[in-house]
Structure formats: structure tokens, C-alpha cells
Design a protein around this ligand. Structure first.
Ligand code: PLP
Length: 426
């Protein structure tokens, strides 16, 4: 049981300390125990605790939206705050539908996503998600949406790989659109850099540019799911910035409040919002909560004043190098990948052929358990090879983590792999 948390460390009720190398569920960007965030929430609660958006807006929400809008790669951005990532995804999907209805294209009702993606656990978000283990059992309620290839350079099926993989995936997206019927597609949704399902997969050059161009050409809204990649996580404010692309709708959560308040955000371009408005009846009891806005504002203060976006870029490069040094020659480490402080290590039974371990061996779970025994917490990624097999651990610590703490992660992981698989380069 967790008793207290400070910086990157969590102490349990038995007095053991753990380095939180995955910020919970890759949530905490500013570190634990930040008085500034706690005080900002308390001050807001004392001022206006709750009002519903049908009667009032608040200074906290307006101030937060005005500050956030210019940071997000969406033109003339409008912010719709909710209580988490899945709610924000549902909001984006409904907004896309409302946009096409209002635009006189009611036949556009299909969303295309990618296999190997994760967009949340509510039914709309789960339907967009390409993660078999979470969909299992709910199939009768799913299947309205359509899916295209996962984008995973380590396991790319492009016959010419690594040549022109970006263009190859874009062609597949176009084929998926044509097979649904181009006039039926409402939106394409994807994570700019793969997160929970594939583990820190960075797409190839040209991919996002090509996707944006195809969406524009077919009149399809581009929804970027930055729930995990937002707020500095990948060494840019938002993941899409690596690829110099803007979205029509961008969804974020996690790092936005760094876990201090349940906060999710659906951010859409002014032109989308203005067209969709007459058809967009939507909201939750806790949408536009002033507590979330106060937390988000205080988190932005910390990210800016401590320069955490560039720090994540530099620290991430250090972590990748450290992992490469310690694990690069292990026969059981197939890939070390990521951007900024979203990093993953994939384990394989045979490196040359990239053969994954059979899932029944639960390699990722066993390595994670050994890592925890050494006082370091990592994020479990399973099924990343083919939806069932595939073992990886992801790391996404608070962006405040020091280089010495990152070295502890690399050292502990090398030991944990050695202990489970019997060999490591250390
Ligand atoms: C990319 C992505 N989208 C959506 C979600 C769902 O967010 P939440 O768990 O806050 O509902 C997650 C959660 O991990 C995520 O990583």
C-alpha cells in the first residue's frame, strides 16, 4: 500500500521506497508532492468549488483554456475539459460525427483507427482501440469502426522495410478509406507515438505528413490521441510537433494534471467547433470543472518554469543511451525505443528473427516483478508483437527525474533481465 510520494519516489506502508519510473500509468509529468499544484486546487475549491457549465463558466476554466490553446498543435484551438482520457476520446468522436452531420454529410459515420492502438476503455474508445485483450468478450458491442495497420518499425511488414515505410502505411490508410467508402469516413484517430499497446513506437519519416494530407484530401477529420504523449512527455509539448503536423481535434489527459485531478481535454480547431456546434449536444456532470483547470494551470506553471519539455528530450536521450549500453548486447533484448521520456524495451526469445516469447511464459510480468524487487516500477506492455505475444516494459517517469535516477532504472532493468532470463550484458 502506498503511504507517501515525493519527487519520483513512492514509499509503501512497510517503509520500502520505489522509484516511480512510469509515473503511475505514465501520468505524472511534474513529480509527486508538488505543493504548488495542491495549493492551487485548494485555493480554487475555496473560491468556487463546482458550478455546472449549463449555468456558469469560471475564471479558472477560461484562464486555463486561454493559456493552453496556443500550446496545442491545433489551429485556433478551442478547449473542452472533461474528467479523463476515455471521456475526452468519446467527446472527440462525437464532435467528429456532429461536424459531418452539421456539414450535410450524415453518411460519414465510420472512424478508422489502427490495430495496436489504445484509446480508452469506454465503448466508443474501446471500439477505436486495437487491443485484443481488452476487446475480448465485448465484441458484440463493438465493430462499428474500421482498422488499418499498426505502425511499429520494429515489426514492420513493408516488404521494402526500412525504405519508404511512412508512404507505405499512408497507402494502406488510403486503401482502408477506399474500402469503407471515402464518403463514409468521419475521422482517423491515432496516437502520434504509440503508447500503452505497442510501447513507445515512433512512426517512420513522412508518415504523419502523409496521413494529414490524405485526411485533408478525403474530408476526414484527423484526431490525434495525445493522452499519453502530451504535456512534454516526448520532449515536445505534444507528440505531433515531432512531425510538424497539426490535428483537427487533439485529445489529451494524464500529464495535463499529472494525476493531481482527473482531467481530460478535447481540443478542436475553431472551424470544426463552429460548424459542429448546432449538432453537438454533449457534456458530463464534471465537464469544465474549476478544480481540474486550477490543477492544469499549476502544472503548466511547473512545466514552463522548470523547462521540463527540453529536459524530457535530454533526459530521454540519456535513458536510451544508458539502456543501450547495458542491454544492447543482451540476446533477449530485441528493441530499445522511444522519444523523450516515453521509452520501451522489448524482450524477445530470439533476437535475429525477432521471435517473441510465448505469452504463457509471462516474461514481461516476471521482469517487472524482479524490477520492483529492486525498487523500480515499470509499465507492463504485452501483446506488442502480434496482439497476443510480445513482451515489453515501458518507462515514463516524471519529467523532473534526475540522470542519476535514470541510471538506477537502466541498472535495475539489466539485473532484472539477467535474473529472469539468465543472461544480460552486465
Ligand atoms: C493514448 C491513450 N488514449 C486514451 C487513454 C484512456 O485514458 P483514461 O485511462 O484516462 O480514460 C489512454 C490511457 O492509458 C491512453 O494511453
Amino acid at each position: 500500500m502506498a503511504l507517501s510520494a515525493e519527487g519520483c519516489w513512492i514509499t509503501d506502508t512497510e517503509g520500502r521506497r520505489y522509484l516511480d519510473a512510469c509515473g503511475g500509468a505514465i501520468v505524472n509529468n511534474v513529480g509527486h508532492g508538488r505543493r504548488e499544484v495542491i495549493d492551487a486546487i485548494a485555493a480554487q475549491m475555496a473560491r468556487v468549488d463546482y458550478v455546472h457549465a449549463h449555468s456558469f463558466t469560471t475564471e479558472a476554466v477560461e484562464r486555463y483554456a486561454a493559456r493552453l490553446a496556443p500550446l496545442v498543435p491545433v489551429s485556433d484551438a478551442r478547449v473542452f475539459p472533461v474528467s479523463g482520457g476515455s471521456e475526452a476520446i468519446e467527446t472527440a468522436l462525437k464532435l467528429a460525427r456532429a461536424y459531418h452531420l452539421a456539414n450535410g454529410e450524415p453518411e460519414r459515420d465510420v472512424v478508422i483507427s489502427r490495430r495496436g492502438s489504445y484509446h480508452g476503455n469506454t465503448l466508443g474508445a474501446l471500439d477505436a482501440s486495437g487491443r485484443e485483450s481488452l476487446r475480448r468478450g465485448y465484441e458484440p458491442w463493438l465493430g462499428r469502426f474500421s482498422q488499418t495497420d499498426p505502425v511499429n518499425e520494429y515489426r514492420c511488414t513493408n516488404p521494402e522495410h526500412p525504405a519508404d515505410c511512412g508512404a507505405w502505411h499512408v497507402r494502406h490508410l488510403e486503401e482502408a478509406i477506399e474500402s469503407v467508402g471515402s464518403g463514409r469516413v468521419a475521422a482517423f484517430i491515432a496516437e502520434p507515438i504509440g503508447g500503452a499497446t505497442l510501447g513507445a513506437t515512433v512512426p517512420p519519416a513522412g508518415y504523419w505528413r502523409g496521413v494529414a494530407e490524405v485526411c485533408r484530401r478525403y474530408g476526414i477529420l484527423l484526431i490525434a490521441d495525445e493522452v499519453m504523449t502530451g504535456f512534454g512527455r516526448t520532449g515536445r509539448w505534444f507528440g505531433l510537433e515531432h512531425f510538424e503536423v497539426a490535428a483537427d481535434v487533439l485529445v489529451s489527459a494524464k500529464g495535463a494534471s499529472s494525476g493531481y485531478w482527473p482531467l481530460g481535454l478535447c481540443v478542436a480547431s475553431g472551424s470544426v467547433v463552429e460548424i459542429a456546434a448546432p449538432m453537438f449536444g454533449h457534456g458530463y456532470t464534471y465537464s469544465h470543472h474549476p478544480g481540474g483547470a486550477a490543477a492544469g494551470h499549476a502544472v503548466l506553471d511547473i512545466i514552463e518554469s522548470e523547462d521540463l519539455v527540453s529536459r524530457a528530450a535530454a533526459s530521454g536521450a540519456h535513458l536510451l543511451a544508458g539502456l543501450g549500453e547495458r542491454l544492447g548486447s543482451s540476446p533477449f533484448v530485441g528493441d530499445i525505443r522511444g522519444a523523450g521520456l516515453l521509452v520501451a524495451v522489448e524482450f524477445v526469445a530470439e533476437r535475429e528473427s525477432r521471435t517473441p516469447f510465448p505469452r504463457v511464459e509471462r516474461v514481461a510480468e516476471r521482469v517487472r516483478a524482479e524490477l520492483i524487487r529492486r525498487g523500480v516500477i515499470g509499465y507492463l506492455v504485452t501483446g506488442c508483437a502480434d496482439g497476443i505475444d510480445g513482451d515489453a516494459l515501458a518507462f515514463g517517469p516524471p519529467l523532473t527525474i534526475t540522470l542519476a535516477e535514470l541510471d538506477l532504472v537502466s541498472d535495475a532493468l539489466a539485473e532484472a533481465i539477467g535474473s529472469v532470463l539468465g543472461f544480460s550484458s552486465n
